[in-house]
Every structure is written in structure tokens, then in C-alpha cells.
Design a protein around this ligand. Sequence first.
Ligand SMILES: [Zn+2]
Length: 410
Amino acid sequence: MQLRYNFRVTPDAAQRTALAQAFGCARVVFNDALRLRQQAREAGEKYISDGDLSKLIITAAKATEDRAWLGEVSAVVLQQALADLNTAYRNFFNSLSGKRKGRKVAPPRYRSRKDNRQAIRFTMNSRFKILDNGRLRLPKIGDLPVRWSRSLPSDPSSVTIIKDAAGRYFASFVVTIGEDETLPPVEPEIGIDLGLTHFAVMSDGTKVSAPKFLRRAARKLKRLQQALFRKQKGSNRRKKAVTQVARAHARVANTRRDWQHKLSTAIIRDNQAVYVEDLCVVGLGRTRLAKSVHDAGWASFTGMLEYKAARYGRTFGRVDRFLPSTRMCSDCGRINEKTALNVREWDCPCGSHHDRDVNAARNIKAAGQADFNDRGVQARPGLVPAPRREAVTHPDVARSTRSVEGISVL
Ligand SMILES: [Zn+2]
């Protein structure tokens, strides 16, 4: 199975210029090729083969005054732009003939410099390289700093450099891992509300609290931290206390991780699709809820759900955080008055009686299903994955602005 691993990269000014040039050249090659094929089709000529196209659009064009600058970027980038076009055509034809299931695929369209997402791909034969200092060496671009948020399980076969609508850069590595771990499909789909009273509440009514042993370990950590503050700086007692706090901290972190792994694995195993609210955890973290939010560890939990979904062939989606999920009635859709946080149950004028969190989870599920079915891609600013087994150049994906640190399946 092939997985995609995404990381932020932070090119300097010169590298950004070189990238802009490469994006531009790839776009020109893609558009030239598309135009040539369209013209051939309108003239009633036969479909231009991939090999002929490459000779005409890249090799011959470089020799002309108009396109001489194509020689300034890596040839692989240009070849991959043509490969993107071929993939787009193949998807379109297969969709027409019914060989390709699912939503209809539109014919390839021209790329624009105004597209929200610019991308170029380097394959192995471009000799891109991950250096010992952690930088990513790209031919004719330079050594890009990468924010390695996790390690790659094996050597990548290609890397795509993406610039999103927000002007952020990402490196998306394709890595092949052992066996296909896709689980057999199941019926249920679920929405999850991540809350403060319970760690998670599911649309089927299940409520999950952090286990007692975890809360106990967290309390002990807090006690040790307070004790540490009282110790005199530089004293032996303080040194001892520092070690104790570090140990307790590691124990809490490990315990929480184990517990989250078990919970996320169970949820992914039992459900075909999982939707969560796209909480702006960072924003919340600045308020007085900070402590409980960070202790709750939602980010790491949703991260686990996301990559396990990718790994085991399930759907994972984040739902717009502006959805009024707590006050919208999941039965009639009416948006009711805001209620105080301590109001745990409420009645809708339609006659439905709601548990605040279960209702929110049901709305999240419905919104996730709608999002996913409409677009076939996920709806989170900066989010990942191409639908399974598709090139990232699928028109839907190319049109989206999503790209973020994470793992997804190809
Ligand atoms: Zn209602």
C-alpha cells in the first residue's frame, strides 16, 4: 500500500523564487499539452501518444525562443506535469466508459497561476534527496528545511511540493509500506463530539470519559509540579523533584497515548466513516479552558483517527468548526437559542428532547456525510487526502486548497 506523508517546508526567499519558476514551467507544459491534444481532437486527428507529446512539448519546445526557459527547471518536474495530464485524461475516459466507479470526472482543465494550489512532483530519477541534516534537496531548487513531525517508515518514491492558498509550502512524500491492511467494510458511520464533560460523545449515544487511572496519574503529576515550585533553586531536593516530575509526566503521556490508541483503533474498526468537529484547538487553548483542552489531547486523538482511517481504508472527515452543532436540532434542523455550557439537555420546539453532546455528535455526523458525499474530498482548511488510489492530480483534488501535515492513502 502507498501512503502519503505531508510535512511543512519553509523555503527561503531564493528557494521560493525557484519554486515559483518551477510551478510556472510545470503549468505551461501542462497547458501546452492540453491545448495540443484539444486541437488534435477538434481537427479530427488521432489522440497524441504520451511519448510524442513529451517530445513536442518539452524537448522540441526547449529549442524554441518562446520556451527556452523550460531548460532552467528540472526535466523531471516537466515530465511529471505531463504525467498529471495523462492521469487526468485516464480518469476522465475511465469515468466516461464506466470503468471508473463513483462520481463523474470532468475532463482536464487548464491550470492557472491564480489556482489556489500549485504543485510540482519530483520522482526518484530526479535525484531528490533527504540530507543528513534533515533538509530536502531538490534539483535546481536547493536544500529546503522540513518540519519533520514524524519519521518516514521507508524511503519515499516521490515528493510533491505544494503551495496552498495561504501561501504555505508542503512536501508530500509517497512511501510504500508492506501489506494492504484495509479492513473489511462495515455499515456504521459515526460523528464524534469532543467535549469537556466527556472526552468524546458519539452520535450513537456512547459517552467516553478519560479513565480513572489516567485522571489519577494527572492529579499526581499536578501535585508533584506544585511541590517542585516550593523547592529552593539549585538544591538537591529540587533536582530530585525535577526528576520525579519528568517521570510522572512521561507516565501520564504514555498512559494517555495507550488509551487513545485503544479507543481510536476500536472506533476505526467498528465504523466505516468517522467525522469529528474541526475544533480550533489552538484558539481554544488561549482561553481559560486551556488546561483541560491540552490535557484532553484531542489533537493527538484526532490525528490517530485520521491516520488509522487512512491505513485501514476507512473514511475520516473534519467538519467545519463554525457549524452550530450544539444548538441545531438534529431532528428538524432548526437552529435554537444559545444555551449555557451547564445546560446538558434541552427541548426543541419540534418536540425532540436532546442530550446536548449526543445532539452535537449527530449534527457532526450529518455534516460530515454531506461534505464527503458532495465533494469526495475532505473539508478542512489545509487537509489531506486524495481519494483512495488516485494521483494527487485528480481535478477535484487539484481544485481544493487542502494540504497539510498528515498521512493519507493514495
Ligand atoms: Zn427540532
